[in-house]
Design a protein around this ligand. Structure first.
Ligand SMILES: [Mn+2]
Length: 388
């Protein structure tokens, strides 16, 4: 049986990175509902992120999105983060919100547009240098809507060329993380639609290029945990964008739609050594809280990832291996289900108390009165939101 002290130590060492955009207003193409107390600046987003870390103890990193989090002085932003016990995590690029990119960015048929896109990506690496961020996270909205619209292979060539230039620019200790998404906004072909395409590009680029698995970016029924196991085996799993989906790229709270899937993913992570700090797998959230209160939703999401991780750590590896070796299908499955069916909330409550935290971080945050305070204080100015 797993050693509970070791399970707790692994849980205490896990780091879950939260996204700056999860603290701002968001919505669908139909409506963005503004909420009281939403941050107006990247600095206020960090204030919110600091609360998530204060109540969970495992979320010291914050991903930024450029240009949504553009500031004049990135070193000053990093200092501000540090003063609050935070560090700046992945820098997310944006080559999808400019009229120039109607036909794509790094895959665009016009070299001048590709130049503009690459210059933005290089600018993101400059920001990483200033913030101390290690990861450049790339997601491209590139693709085509109609058969014949563009040459699919030529688009791959352009992509490879642009990525190579950015890869060459990376400094010591910096990585390029390539994210895939099977459709949307392009509806016919997508230039990086799946893990295989992302993997092929990362393989050519070199060891500092790795794949990001966004749990919401797969077709229904896709076995995400298999992808995770395979990428870990190849040393190409750079990290996760955790969220939940029911239909398309819903960006709901991690573990909300399918906690069993999240457990299966974390089981492969644990089984394949991905939880060890040396594996350098970034456990990031990529979520938007459209109708629910944002800070408590992020805290809840962090706790959901912790619960899935705890269950994965409770899998009896020896019993599982014995059942697998003897071909005992039912016993092997039962070992996994025993871990999944364990209520790990008492374990996590105990762990938090041992670390001087409130056992129930969502309730503690709500009790703190901070939500009311920021609603009263953050008046005037422009609320940060999707696209700002
Ligand atoms: Mn993502």
């Amino acid at each position: 049986m797993p050693d509970i002290a070791a399970v707790k130590a692994a849980l205490a060492a896990q780091r879950i990175e939260t996204p700056s955009w999860g603290y701002g207003n968001s919505g669908t193409r139909f409506k963005v509902f503004a909420q009281p107390g939403v941050p107006r600046t990247p600095y206020e987003k960090l204030d919110d992120a600091a609360q998530v870390h204060a109540f969970t103890g495992v979320a010291p990193k914050v991903s930024l999105h450029i240009p949504w989090d553009r500031v004049d002085d990135y070193a000053a932003l990093a200092s501000y983060a540090k003063e609050r016990g935070l560090e700046l995590g992945a820098i997310n690029s944006n080559t999808f919100q400019d009229d120039t990119y109607r036909l794509g960015s790094v895959c665009h048929p016009d070299a001048a547009v590709r130049r503009r896109a690459v210059d933005h990506l290089l600018g993101c690496v400059d920001i990483m240098d200033a913030t101390g961020s290690a990861d450049l996270k790339l997601w491209f909205a590139d693709g085509t809507n109609y058969p014949g619209q563009d040459d699919v292979t030529a688009r791959q060539e352009r992509l490879a060329e642009c990525l190579a230039e950015v890869y060459e620019r990376l400094g010591e200790g910096q990585r390029l993380l390539l994210e895939y998404k099977f459709f949307e906004p392009a509806f016919y072909t997508t230039d990086v639609p799946d893990w295989g395409t992302a993997y092929a590009h990362c393989l050519r680029l070199g060891p500092r290029a790795q794949v990001v698995v966004d749990t919401g970016h797969h077709a229904p029924g896709t076995n995400i945990e298999f992808i995770v196991a395979l990428l870990l085996r190849e040393g190409k799993l750079g990290g996760f964008d955790f969220n939940s989906r029911f239909y398309a790229d819903d960006d709901l709270m991690a573990g909300a739609a399918d906690p069993f899937q999240l457990f299966r993913i974390m089981h492969e992570v644990v089984r394949n050594g991905g939880l060890a700090p040396a594996a350098d797998v970034a456990f990031m959230l990529d979520q938007c809280h459209n109708i629910e209160a944002k800070v408590p939703a992020v805290i809840r999401s962090v706790a959901n990832v912790q619960e899935a991780t705890a269950k994965a750590l409770l899998v009896d590896g020896d019993a599982l291996a014995a059942a697998q070796r003897s071909g005992d299908v039912l016993a092997a499955n039962a070992v996994l289900m025993d871990a999944y069916d364990t209520d790990v909330r008492p374990l996590l409550r105990a762990l938090r108390e041992e670390r001087g935290l409130d056992p129930d971080p969502v309730a503690a945050y709500l009790r703190s009165g901070r939500q009311e305070r920021i609603a009263a204080e953050r008046v005037g100015g422009d609320q940060a939101g999707w696209g700002a």
